[in-house]
Ligand binder design. Structure first.
Ligand SMILES: [Zn+2]
Length: 241
């Protein structure tokens, strides 16, 4: 009992650092005016970043928006979305069909704003991620590789709903390009959230990746955006793993 109370207190302290204290209590429910109030329940505090290999809880393809992936939780090796389609954008790659319309809508809006982006990477299978990780280890050593490349099973790219983007004119660094700034401000409106924002590595477990976006659908993305939480914190707060 004592442990449970200690855990709950720790959870509330973590959550109250970024949310009003009262927001941490029940569930998602509609409120007047069409807005949705989300109250977060977590059974335990967000785990400290560590390298483990626990198969994540929600591995159904329909649960793509709330599948927790980090340096601890991973997908099964056989997780391979059945509905991959080419993005059709410069840079190519494939994503799940369910994310395509919103990707193309985001592309049109970005172009209209003079902030055109291109795809640098999209779906990656477990095996492809293994090759990438091993190549990185060979290049920079395991300790450095772990900080920048997800181990196989741990990458959001295996979901088929994550993209790395670059500016269309290949300018760098991406975060300060028009495309980078536009994506940061607007991607959520199209259902895409930045998984690894700056200065959040202690809770996301990865360094700042201004180019990496994960599709969660427009309503979920709005909730995450309004919460001020990162995707990892959000999923943990709602489901506990
Ligand atoms: Zn990425």
């Amino acid at each position: 009992m004592r442990t449970r109370i200690a855990r709950l207190l720790a959870t509330l302290l973590v959550a109250s650092a970024v949310l009003p204290f009262g927001a941490v209590s029940a569930s998602v429910r509609p409120v007047a005016g069409g807005a949705v109030r989300v109250n977060l329940v977590a059974a335990a505090p967000l785990p400290t970043c560590a390298y483990r290999d626990i198969v994540t809880a929600r591995t159904a393809y329909s649960q793509y928006a709330t599948t927790l992936l980090d340096t601890i939780y991973r997908l099964p090796r056989a997780y391979f979305p059945p509905d991959l389609v080419p993005t059709g954008l410069t840079g190519g790659g494939s994503i799940r069909r369910i994310a395509l319309a919103d990707l193309l809508a985001m592309d049109r809006a970005a172009r209209a704003a003079g902030a055109r982006f291109a795809i640098a990477s999209a779906f990656r299978s477990y095996n492809r991620q293994a090759v990438m990780f091993n190549n990185r280890v060979a290049l920079v050593g395991k300790a450095a590789a772990l900080r920048t490349v997800a181990r196989p099973g741990h990458s959001e790219h295996q979901l088929g709903t994550a993209i790395d983007v670059r500016s269309y004119d290949r300018r760098t660094p991406f975060a300060t390009t028009r495309a980078g700034a536009w994506m940061k401000a607007n991607a959520w409106k199209y259902g895409w959230v930045m998984s690894y924002p700056s200065h959040m590595a202690s809770v996301t477990c990865y360094s700042y990746e201004p180019w990496h976006y994960r599709y969660v659908g427009r309503s979920e993305a709005k909730l995450i955006h309004d919460s001020g939480l990162t995707v990892r914190q959000w999923i943990w707060a709602r489901f506990g793993s």
